[in-house]
Design a protein around this ligand. Sequence first.
Ligand code: ZN
Ligand code: ZN
Length: 184
Amino acid sequence: MKVPLRELPLKRSFALSADFVDGLVAGLPMRKALGSEASQAGEGTAELEFYMEGDNVFARGSLDAWVELACSRCLGNLRHSIQEELMVTYLPGGQVPNEDGLEADEEDTDEGDAVDTYGYEGEEIDVEPLLRERVLLSVPYAPLCKPDCLGLCSKCGANRNDSECGCDRKVLDPRLAALKDIKV
Ligand SMILES: [Zn+2]
Ligand SMILES: [Zn+2]
């Protein structure tokens, strides 16, 4: 996933292969939770336009990918899609400003419109660290197969999206059980 500086400016697309995505998400809890249910981890494409100004290289474009994860409620498979704008500055010699360096406002780094900064060494730009990071950051902490997923029955383990098992779950949650005893 490298771009030689001498070819700039240029526009290029990068394929995120199934193996690449698999390597990225293999260790994530919501991927591991799939166990033997796991199939292809995902794939994607990034389109980037590069140009130089002085020694700095600017890249803009988009990332379009998907990853297969387990639903955090019912543990069923889901396809999480990733669509992101990319806006990156590459500085020469790996000179990346530290946290309290150039960026005056640290709040910026959380915003979608913030410019990412990476370093580059030698005569080429490697976009792999950027794509790795973007895919990983876009994976939700608690993904859902659908917004109103009913999850698994806490008593018998049945998938409540498929059928209601009829278990009495009212007193199972100790926090709720405690609330029930409070006299108002
Ligand atoms: Zn679910
Ligand atoms: Zn049940």
